[in-house]
Design a protein around this ligand. Structure first.
Ligand code: GTP
Length: 367
């Protein structure tokens, strides 16, 4: 038996207003809640039991995944009364684990889309007798300050942790913590209980200081943190376009649209252009002449005639008026954007907000 912990208690503030009603890991990516892809990958790697560490909107997870039997997994849920941080959340589920003290437990951040070879990660952990093994991936230098840097020595042992470094002298490697770990179970039991703990800022540096064996496995398979709207639409498109495989992607109802995923009940007029890895949700409507590229159109949303939607997320039941242009925008659930508006570059329309016809020409980048 291989057990895993899924960290899914974050508030997902960077994805508001989409996360006002739905926790980030439950937002639909390529037609299903994001976690469906992670669960399918974990199951394929031999994981058979997963404990969800929840805090924000915990009910949404259990309502969808239940006891896991429909997904071929055994699932359990533990909810924090106060968010305990990543390390506190791991510790908080310890008494639900069945893994023996010396055996490995996999731990995943709930917002990472990754093709990492989980079997190889656990094998490396066992073979090297590590206390903790971290998946590391390399990113471009200009992006490094947004991540936790993890330099390693020639044998792969971790030598330091530099969380979101701002000073040039702290940019000591291009290897970052990819949010997927293997822990010796007894290490989990050693995290302080009953107070918030950050695994990145406290547990890992503390273990290193105490002389624990922390192994870094650098693997450059597909990797994306879906925490921002831009990453979210790109991750969804990558799944639809097959840049990363997932057994959880539902069948499209429009095999003729090779670059799109169209879910059951969606209604597309004959002359629409839908592609670039877009997903059109169940019962959504796309009217004549509209163009949808690289976007996620939520369940029951309406895109009216001649509208152009690029690299954007349109929430459930939202509507986009005729001739409106959206580019790199988030429209919250139930919002109504009238005709002939233009919204670009990171603009967000809150849930249920109504924008009239010709009301806005806005680019968040220029504001
Ligand atoms: P932002 O608010 O947009 O930064 O998103 P977030 O709240 O999800 O935070 P972040 O992306 O840093 O979290 C990384 C992972 O840890 C995500 O899968 C979160 O769901 C999870 N996480 C963060 N804090 C907690 C917590 O206090 N409890 C639990 N159970 N999970 C957490």
């Amino acid at each position: 038996m291989v057990e895993a912990i899924l960290l899914v208690g974050g508030k997902g503030t960077r994805l508001r207003p989409l996360t006002v009603n739905t926790p980030k890991p439950m937002l639909e990516v390529a037609g299903v809640p994001f976690l469906s892809h992670q669960l399918a990958r974990a199951k394929a790697a031999g994981v058979d039991r997963i404990v969800f560490a929840t805090a924000y909107r915990p009910d949404v997870f259990e309502e969808y995944f239940g006891d896991g039997s429909a997904f071929g997994l055994e699932l359990d849920y533990v909810t924090e009364t106060e968010p305990m941080g990543t390390g506190g959340a791991i510790r908080n589920v310890a008494d639900r684990l069945r893994t023996a003290p010396d055996e490995p437990v996999l731990i995943f951040n709930g917002d990472i889309l990754s093709g990492v070879d989980l079997v190889a990660l656990v094998e490396a952990h066992r073979a090297r007798q590590a206390d903790v093994t971290l998946h590391l991936t390399c990113v471009a230098r200009e992006k490094l300050s947004a991540f936790g840097l993890v330099p390693t020595d020639a044998d792969g042992w971790v030598t330091a942790f530099r969380e979101k470094p701002q000073r040039a002298e702290d940019i000591v490697t291009d290897q970052i913590n990819a949010g997927c770990y293997v822990f010796r179970r007894s290490i989990i039991d050693g995290i302080p209980a009953d107070r918030p703990v950050s695994v990145e800022r406290e547990t890992f540096p503390g273990l290193l200081e105490a002389g624990a064996n922390l192994l870094g496995v650098v693997e450059q398979s597909y990797w994306r943190d879906l925490g921002t709207p831009e990453a979210f639409v790109h991750g969804s498109a990558d799944l639809v376009l097959g840049a990363i495989e997932s057994a959880a992607i539902p069948a499209t109802t429009r095999a003729d649209l090779a670059d799109a995923l169209v879910l059951p009940g969606a209604d597309l007029d004959i002359d629409v252009k839908v592609g670039g890895g877009s997903t059109v949700g169940a019962r959504a409507r796309i009217a004549s002449g509209a163009e949808v590229t690289g976007s996620v159109i939520g369940e029951g949303a309406h895109i009216e005639a001649g509208a152009v939607v690029r690299d954007s997320i349109v929430g459930r039941g939202a509507s986009v008026g005729a001739g409106t242009v959206l580019d790199g925008v988030v429209i919250g659930d139930g919002a109504r954007v009238g005709a002939r508006n233009e919204l670009r570059g990171g603009a967000r329309v809150w849930c249920d907000v109504v924008l009239g016809d010709g009301a806005v020409r806005f680019s968040a980048d220029e504001s």
